[in-house]
Design a protein around this ligand. Structure first.
Ligand code: UD1
Ligand code: CA
Length: 455
């Protein structure tokens, strides 16, 4: 059976006090709406339709790559009105699942169960028992325990407000009935809105079973209305990620001080992660890797036994086995370090490959370069790869030794086992095995006197 998931995302989210539409605010670097999309997209045979409104173009652009239908709700006249905008997408025999774009942590397994519970004679509804259900719709049950209807907080009597079972808003039912119910919704209520929740009463009156279930985890059904709730859910999400890492065999010095804003392509064994480390994008971390405090890894590939020392940034770069990077190193996109390469403090490497056993230990910039094996690059070496318009390549042969404070003006090739004297500005290719240096001759002035103060 085909599932149609309708995601309500038209609300403004005025309590965020933001120019950004609420559903584009992020958890773990990913817009709320994309979280919802991803958990729904994991269901088989599911077509997703997003009802958008406030900040519509911005929302569509931010999620232009997703496989979903888009329906505009020009005026936000309530959740029932919002679902009605998607009515033409719904076939009679569809299993319809209704989600909210601002409820980001719902798990696919929870959705799968909800869809399984909904049938021709039943409607599935996700509910939660809350200590303080203020603001939520309440689940009204008969003496026998059957769900009869949902009453919104603003419409509820004092007795109904005592009910702690709250509506999450998330439900599943068959398309044919839903379309009939939607066409019958009115807005004669406290907010003069077309409430989706009124379909519950219609379903119950038609004798359908309202099958309620609770989420696996209470945080799954929490919505984001304020920045405080956004921060709460970010921490809840990160706590889950930390648990996952530890379950996979990663040692975290402090599970409350690691952030995962993306996913892992692979994770080895016995990885150690110190405090305040951020992983983003798609990282791949080998076994026995150690990551020091305050490192940021984005789309990084770190091979076995490598060590990343504190305060390093690795962005779309790879570190070979037994490599050592940092402290305070920056690897920029398209950097590839082979095994046993050492990159030290205040070194920036951009779009360069460095072959095994080579070292760039201090204060250097290596860009657009191809560095051979067992090369030693002295402190303060700069590859001058840019003339203000074009970028040029530097090639350094195996076994070369670059003296400190040298500038290699690209395009330039340093021969194998060449030595460059410290302080040289190299503008032409240098031969293999020889010492090359460009340096003004050192002089001393014997009768020189320091200037004296006048008067
Ligand atoms: C809704 C439920 C309430 C439930 C609560 C759970 C109704 C009438 N009430 O209340 O029972 O306890 O969610 O959080 O359904 N939206 C639109 N278009 C609209 C109105 C809303 O797209 O015209 C979207 C919003 O962007 C949001 C979602 O629907 O993502 C829920 O809307 P919201 O106004 O927050 O509903 P509540 O009043 O909180
Ligand atoms: Ca809400």
């Amino acid at each position: 059976m085909t599932i149609k998931t309708i995601v309500l995302a038209a609300g403004q989210g005025s309590r965020m006090r933001s120019s950004l539409p609420k559903v584009l605010h992020e958890i773990a670097g990913k817009p709320l709406l994309r979280h919802v999309y991803d958990s729904a997209a994991a269901l088989d045979d599911n077509r997703i339709v997003i009802v958008y409104g406030f900040g519509g173009e911005q929302v569509r652009q931010a999620l232009a790559d997703i496989d979903a239908g888009w329906v505009e709700q020009k005026q936000q006249l309530g959740t029932g009105h919002a679902v009605r905008q998607a009515a033409e997408w719904i076939a009679d025999e569809d299993q319809v699942l209704i989600l909210y774009g601002d409820v980001p942590l719902l798990r696919t397994e929870t959705l799968r169960r909800l869809v399984a519970d909904a049938g021709p004679r039943s409607l599935a509804l996700l509910t939660v028992k809350l200590d303080d259900p203020t603001g939520y719709g309440r689940i009204v049950r008969s003496a026998g325990g059957r769900v009869e209807r949902i009453v919104e907080h603003k419409d509820a009597t004092p007795e109904e407000r005592e009910i702690r079972e709250a509506n999450t808003g998330i439900l599943a039912c068959r398309g044919e009935r839903l379309k009939q119910w939607l066409s019958r919704l009115g807005n004669n209520n406290a907010q003069q809105e077309f409430y989706l929740t009124d379909v519950i009463q219609m379903a119950a009156a038609e004798g359908l079973d309202i099958i309620t279930s609770a989420p696996v985890d209470a945080d799954e059904v929490l919505g984001v209305n304020t920045r405080s709730q956004l921060a709460y859910l970010e921490r809840a999400y990160q706590a889950q990620q930390a648990e996952r890492l530890m379950a996979a065999g990663v040692t975290l010095r402090d599970p409350a001080r690691v952030d995962v804003r993306g996913e892992f392509a692979s994770l080895g064994q016995d990885i150690e992660v110190d405090v305040n480390v951020v992983f983003s994008g798609r990282c791949s971390i080998g076994s026995y890797v150690k990551i020091g405090a305050n490192c940021v890894l984005k789309d990084a590939i770190i091979a076995d036994h490598a060590e990343i020392l504190p305060f390093s940034l690795i962005d779309q770069a790879s570190v070979g086995a037994h490599g050592r990077v940092g402290p305070y190193a920056r690897l920029r996109p398209e950097t590839e370090l082979a095994e046993h390469v050492h990159i030290g403090n205040f070194v920036e490497i951009k779009k360069s490959s460095i072959a095994s056993g080579s070292k760039v230990n201090h204060l250097s910039y290596i860009g657009d370069s191809e560095v051979g094996r067992n090369v030693n690059i002295g402190a303060g070496t700069i590859t001058c790869n840019y003339d203000g318009v074009n970028k040029f390549k530097t090639v350094i042969g195996d076994g070369a030794f670059i003296g400190s404070d040298s500038q290699l003006v690209a395009p330039v090739t340093i021969g194998e086992n060449a030595t460059i004297g410290a302080g040289s500005t190299i503008t032409r290719d240098t031969p293999a095995d020889q010492l090359t240096l460009s340096r003004a001759k050192q002089i001393s002035i014997s009768h020189w006197r320091r200037p004296e103060k006048k008067g």
